[in-house]
Design a protein around this ligand. Structure first.
Ligand SMILES: Nc1ncnc2c1ncn2[C@@H]1O[C@H](COP(=O)(O)OP(=O)(O)OP(=O)(O)O)[C@@H](O)[C@H]1O
Ligand SMILES: [Mg+2]
Length: 385
């Protein structure tokens, strides 16, 4: 008992101390003769003494062993009045003189200090986390604002570009019309010249109309109506459609249909995409030469490649050709590829271009393939089963 690291106190049935070990003396700063015979409350801080008496009497009426570490952390009082945290275990012993209670008292100052330090560290961490979260939220909000600003700026730039294109598209024919009318005002024009000027005016009016039509088309929200089609059949029918077109008399179209390709798509839109790219190639080759069309499928995508042997596209034009109104052709509106891109993306696909100056260009159109079961049902239809 003397060598125990904890304080040990034995109290009698009236809760008076009858025995203490030397650890108790050290812990509380008393000599044992000052403790023996005293009520146990001498070791309890004044403010807890009254409640302690109640609790202790209750314990004596139904004494039981209560182990250390059962969550009872109490305050103990030293002789000099200072307090320290303790944990106490109790075990009753029934004797002829009544119940004796052995209390083992452990000074847990260190433990509660480290717990306190832990709590403080935790609180500090919590504050830091809150600060960081607030900073992060602020940064996110600022970033969102910046993104919105950027979006507006980009949109404005886009609208500016579009407006410049529209202005150009309208001003050119208007200037032509104005010039023609100025000449027409002169009274003594030969009939043939008058006739010629009128035709020019009509052509320019048509061109204006065409530009407005294209612009409306470009700005129109789309609602594609999809159905299952064979791209082989669609390409074939477009090529057939141009068979008697004089612009294509000296164009050799070579087909490389590498597989049967079925897509779930809007055939009208796909046809317009094909025609746009097809005619661009024909125009680039100045209506003369070889145009290869390759149809294939890979990685759940259908691909159609149009390879011409035209002049190719200058590097600085490559990322502009899909912009509305970008054109290098005197008679072009520059909306063809912008529309193609819009259509293709609307259909879940994409469009790419590769070009080499002096050699030619390849325009690649990708479209998502139809599900496998529909592939076979189209296949069956084709075979007439
Ligand atoms: N196959 C090609 N080879 C070389 N340049 C091309 C080819 N296809 C397109 N381009 C370039 O891209 C530009 C834009 O093409 P886009 O089809 O959008 O307009 P456009 O053909 O000029 O006019 P339109 O609106 O009448 O089609 C062309 O003016 C041309 O400079
Ligand atoms: Mg075009």
């Amino acid at each position: 008992m003397e060598s125990a690291p904890d304080g040990i106190i034995i109290a009698d049935s009236r809760s008076n101390i009858i025995l203490v070990n030397s650890q108790t003396e050290k812990m509380f700063g008393y000599h044992r003769e000052d403790l023996v015979g005293q009520p146990i409350e001498i070791l309890v801080p004044e403010r807890f003494r009254a409640p302690h008496i109640i609790v202790r009497e209750k314990y004596y009426s139904s004494p039981a062993t209560r182990a250390m570490g059962s969550g009872m952390e109490l305050s103990a009082r030293r002789r000099d009045g200072s307090e320290f945290p303790v944990e106490i275990s109790l075990s009753p012993l029934r004797t002829e003189e009544g119940i004796l209670v052995t209390a083992i008292i452990r000074d847990v100052t260190e433990r509660s200090q480290s717990r306190e330090a832990l709590r403080k560290a935790h609180d500090e961490l919590e504050i830091k986390v809150q600060e960081r979260t607030a900073a992060l939220l602020k940064a996110t909000a600022e970033n969102e604002q910046f993104q919105a600003q950027l979006f507006r700026t980009e949109k404005l730039a886009e609208i500016g570009q579009l407006a410049a294109g529209v202005a150009h598209e309208i001003r050119n024919p208007l200037a032509g019309i104005r010039g023609a009318i100025e000449v027409l005002i002169e009274n003594n024009l030969p009939a043939g010249v008058r006739q010629q000027l009128m035709v020019e005016i009509l052509q320019r009016v048509d061109r204006l109309n065409h530009a407005v039509q294209d612009l409306l088309e470009y700005a129109k929200p789309m609602s594609p109506s999809k159905t299952q089609i064979s791209l082989n059949d669609l390409l074939e029918s477009v090529i057939q459609g141009f068979r008697h077109d004089p612009q294509l008399h000296e164009i050799e179209v070579i087909k490389h249909f590498r597989s049967q390709v079925v897509v779930n798509t809007d055939p009208m839109l796909v046809e317009r995409i094909i025609i746009n790219i097809f005619l661009n190639a024909v125009q680039a080759m100045e209506h003369r030469g070889r145009l290869d069309i390759t149809l294939d499928q890979k990685d759940e995508r259908a691909s159609i490649a149009f390879t011409d042997r035209g002049p190719g596209i200058q590097a600085e034009h490559l990322d502009q050709i899909f912009n509305p109104f970008f054109t290098t052709r005197s008679k072009g509106s520059g909306l063809g590829l912008a529309l193609c891109k819009k259509y293709v993306e609307e259909l879940g696909g994409s469009i790419q271009v590769k070009s080499e100056l002096g050699r030619g260009s390849t325009f690649l159109v990708f479209l998502p393939l139809a599900a496998v079961s529909s592939q076979s049902s189209i296949e069956a239809k084709r075979k007439g089963t």
